[in-house]
Write a protein that binds this ligand. Structure first.
Ligand code: GDP
Length: 430
């Protein structure tokens, strides 16, 4: 049985908490895309964690945690995260790193940083983790796989070729110092020893696990809007954020994914550059208030600490986001955050050049879209920690019913606080 848990929006939907809950019931948890450029927040009995690379099953000794071949692997960051988790009292996790995963190199981080500086005000708001240069190199076939670390002549040859290209860019486009392949080779050999115990053939492992009927959880990072094909290009990330990519990035057969759980928040948040279209955005003091009240410590990036832009629930984007994920069910998080409002607007349409639509458009049209809001009554009380759906105020239930009808996907879980147990299960209306 394979389940995927993915974001319907811009990321930060609160996937961390739901993944942590679902991980507990799984034998295997896999990261299949992205790198250390985004983070989940997980709060459990060991404390509060911001995981960037490690799969969310690391807190449970019965789980095999896999870094799939589709991940941008920054070994130094992975090792730091492992050390940090263990320092907070978590037993050494059961971890496996795909021998086909590719390495995010220090020069990818440099290139990302230099490029953002070169673009100046036109920058995309990259986290400068090297993700875009990493995936560019993968598709240009100049990337280095984990397996290459164990064949030194091959590693040296591939590294030398990659560095030759980077040096042209670094010297002549960015006017920065040249890289030294020998120095990087030395660093890689050191990192190889740190990762050696975890490296394995995850493809065979997973296909065997499927034969044995193991329960497998695909853990997505970011959300639908950040997918480079179906998201808001080019304000996207560089790897596919859709459950379907689990077939490639984790080598899971397409027919094996039975359940796709899409996580969405009761309001919207978006981290990235100001130039990114964000139709339902709420600015000014009202926006500041929602940002301050959002999440468990306000809406600030788990990786970057950057303030997130916030807005009302965007039903147009979320319906689309769930559709392209192939959602079978949805989890709605942070409903508790909205308890302070008398009235809650929901974006139910986009007005583009005088025409109102509820289908999610391509970027040029999206940039011209103005929100059409439907206002729903608030419930004006604190529902934090409520675990009994039927005990939620009628207006809170009506809000959830309305969102469900808008997005066309059954909402089965409603999260009422950051802690794992703060969850109300709901029988969908549809
Ligand atoms: P992810 O990237 O989708 O995993 O999102 P994060 O977990 O980083 O961000 C969600 C933030 O909201 C975190 O600070 C969570 O602790 C918090 N959070 C998750 N669910 C809820 C909820 O139902 N209510 C509140 N108030 N905070 C939540």
């Amino acid at each position: 049985m394979v389940k995927a848990i993915v974001g319907a929006n811009w990321g930060d939907e609160g996937k961390g908490k739901i993944t942590d809950m679902l991980a507990q019931q799984s034998n295997i948890v896999i990261r299949f895309q992205g790198g250390a450029n985004a983070g989940h927040t997980i709060i459990n009995d060991y404390g509060r964690f911001a995981l960037h690379t490690l799969p969310s099953g690391v807190f449970y000794p019965h789980i095999t945690n896999i870094i799939g071949n589709g991940v941008a692997l920054d070994i130094a960051k992975l090792v730091d995260e492992l050390t940090q988790v263990e320092a907070q009292g978590v037993p050494a996790p059961n971890l496996m790193v795909s021998d086909r995963a590719q390495l995010l190199m220090p020069y990818h981080v440099l290139q990302d940083t230099y490029e953002e500086a070169r673009l100046g005000g036109k920058a995309f708001g990259s986290t400068k983790s090297g993700i875009a240069p990493f995936y560019s190199d993968k598709y240009a076939k100049t990337g280095i796989q984990v397996c290459d670390l164990f064949d030194e002549p091959r590693l040296r040859e591939r590294l030398t070729a990659a560095v030759e290209l980077k040096n042209v860019l670094f010297e002549h486009l960015y006017h920065q110092s040249r890289l030294d392949a020998n120095e990087i080779m030395g660093q890689l050999l050191e990192l190889r020893e740190r990762i050696r115990p975890y490296v394995g053939d995850t493809v065979s492992f997973l296909h065997q696990a499927l034969k044995e009927g193991k329960s497998i959880l695909l853990e997505g990072q970011l959300g639908s809007m950040k997918d480079p094909d179906l998201g808001i290009f080019p304000m996207t990330t560089s790897s596919h954020t859709l459950a379907g990519y689990g077939c490639v990035g984790a080598s899971i057969p397409p027919t094996a994914i039975e359940d796709v759980i899409c996580v969405t928040k009761a309001y919207s948040s978006c981290v990235g550059s100001q130039t990114e279209p964000f139709v339902s955005e709420l600015t000014g003091p009202e926006g500041d208030e929602l940002r301050r009240r959002g999440g468990d410590h306000g809406e600030f990036g788990a990786t970057t600490g950057r303030p997130r832009r916030v807005g009302w629930f965007d039903a147009v984007a979320t319906q689309y986001g769930c559709m392209i994920q192939g959602a079978t069910q949805a989890a709605l998080t942070c409903l508790d955050v909205l308890g302070y409002l008398d009235e809650i607007p929901v974006c139910t349409g986009y007005e583009i050049d005088g025409i109102v639509t509820n289908s999610f458009p391509t970027t040029p049209s999206l940039l011209r879209a103005k929100p059409v809001f439907t206002k729903l009554p608030g419930w004006n009380c604190d529902i934090r920690g409520c675990t009994n759906y039927a005990a939620l105020p009628a207006n809170a239930q009506a809000y959830v019913d309305f969102l469900e009808a808008q997005i066309g996907v059954p909402i089965t879980m409603v999260s009422t606080g950051p802690k794992r147990e703060e969850m109300a299960y709901r029988t969908p209306k549809r």
